[in-house]
Design a protein around this ligand. Sequence first.
Ligand SMILES: *Cc1c(COP(=O)(O)O)cnc(C)c1O
Length: 242
Amino acid sequence: MESKPETNAGAMSMAARVQAIRGRMAAACARVGRDPREVALLPVSKTFGVDAIREAVSLGFRRFGENRTQELVQKAPALSDCGIDWVIIGHLQTNKAKEVARYASELQSLDRLDLAQALDRRLQQEGRAIDVLVQVKTSDEQTKSGLEPAGLIPLLREISRIQTLRVRGLMTIAELSDDPAVARRCFAALTQLRDQAQAQGIEGVSLDRLSMGMSGDFEIAIEEGSTEIRVGSAIFGARDYA
Ligand SMILES: *Cc1c(COP(=O)(O)O)cnc(C)c1O
């Protein structure tokens, strides 16, 4: 895993890109009267190598989002000196629970009970507990993973009984569209679902966190209540999946 060539990362330094994002986050907060300290920035390091992650660590980041366990099992040991908390944000097959239980501190893509149960078994073996966000579908796109909104409260009730999974909030991916109103609708839907679920007062379930917004739509997400944006390309540069 080598870092990307300079040409791929754009002309600005990573520090300058992060500073620009922070400025845009603050402006979005100001537009809706929010305190910028309510919104966290999660760098998404998928497809990028250990050198790029070390550079981000030098800028103060200690949590990183990854979407594949294959990358997690390579990067976590290689960066064990950095004290990183790894956050899994991608669709997870049940047979990958072992890797998550071993290396991740958080899962934002929990979308079904059998995955929760597989994680619980592995976490008990590791003697660990992790934070989880439940990923909810907020668009009709067939390709997007995530739980159907109608299944949210039943799933939250089930997970609330699982001691190794601490529910902290919800996550969504907005539908990709040139029309910003489409993403806004997705984000507003997640905030509304959270409010409805919170009103149920399920014991052991906290829904304070809303992970929504990526490089292309994070300002809209912040305006609609995001507490955490997941940003990859705007920090690390364009991804090369080759
Ligand atoms: C890749 C990814 C991101 C970051 O995407 P960018 O557009 O590069 O910011 C955020 N969330 C999820 C779930 C992802 O898979």
